[in-house]
Design a protein around this ligand. Structure first.
Ligand code: GLN
Length: 196
C-alpha cells in the first residue's frame, strides 16, 4: 500500500512520521503523477484556503476531487477535514473543498489561535486509553447526513460537537493525532480504510 500525504502546505512531515511508525510506506505527494500513483491519501492540518489555492495553482484540484469521489481511501485532519467536507461555513472568499464526506463544517469553530486546546476523547473503534486530541484553530462538524458515522465528539461550552467522522472511503478529524506521538488514529485509518 502506497500512502501519499499531500505536501502543499501544513504538517505533512508529522503525518509521514506517524504513518511510518505504523510500518507503512508513506511519502509526500505534490504532483499529478504522484497523486495518480498512490493508493491512499492523507490531507494534513495547515491552512485549508492555502492548500486549496495551491491545489488549483498546480492543477491538482480536480484530480484529487475525482480520486476521492472514485473511492481512494482518504484521511483529512483539521484543514484536511475542511477540504474533504461537502460544505464549508465561514469559508475564505471563493474557498472550495474536494468533498468526499457529506458534512457541513464550520471553520475556526472553537475560536482563534489562542483558543486552541487539548481534550481526552473516546473514539469509537479505538480501544485503550482515551485519545489526547489537540485542537488548533479547528473546525467542528455542524451537521451531517445519515450516511455519516460520528466516531468522536467533544464538549465545548456545554454543547457536544462531532470532531471525528467517516463515510465510505473517507475519515476526517478536527484534531491533530500526528503531533501527539500516539499513532492509534493512523492505525485505525490503515486498518479500517486501507485494509493494511
Ligand atoms: N483554521 C484552519 C483552516 O481553516 C485549520 C487549522 C489547522 O489545520 N490546524 O484551514
Amino acid at each position: 500500500m502506497d500512502i501519499g500525504v499531500l505536501a502543499l502546505q501544513g504538517d505533512f512531515r508529522e503525518h509521514i512520521s506517524a504513518l511510518k511508525n505504523c510500518g507503512v510506506n508513506a511519502r509526500p505527494v505534490k504532483t499529478k503523477d504522484e497523486i495518480v500513483e498512490i493508493d491512499a491519501l492523507v490531507i494534513p492540518g495547515g491552512e485549508s484556503t492555502t492548500i486549496s489555492k495551491l491545489a488549483k495553482a498546480f492543477d491538482l484540484f480536480d484530480l484529487i476531487k475525482d480520486r476521492i469521489a472514485k473511492g481512494m481511501p482518504t484521511y483529512g485532519s483539521c484543514a484536511g477535514m475542511i477540504l474533504v467536507s461537502k460544505t464549508i461555513l465561514d469559508p475564505a472568499s471563493g474557498q472550495e473543498s474536494f468533498g468526499g464526506i457529506d458534512i457541513v463544517v464550520r471553520r475556526n469553530a472553537f475560536g482563534k489561535q489562542v483558543d486552541s486546546f487539548e481534550a481526552d476523547l473516546y473514539f469509537e473503534g479505538i480501544a485503550g486509553d482515551p485519545l489526547r486530541a489537540i485542537f488548533i484553530r479547528a473546525p467542528w462538524v455542524e451537521s451531517y447526513s445519515n450516511e455519516v458515522k460520528v466516531l468522536a465528539t467533544v464538549n465545548f461550552q456545554g454543547e457536544s460537537h462531532p470532531v471525528a467522522v467517516s463515510q465510505g472511503n473517507v475519515l476526517a478529524t478536527s484534531f491533530h493525532p500526528e503531533i501527539t506521538g500516539d499513532s492509534r488514529v493512523h492505525e485505525y485509518f490503515l486498518r479500517e480504510f486501507c485494509k493494511k
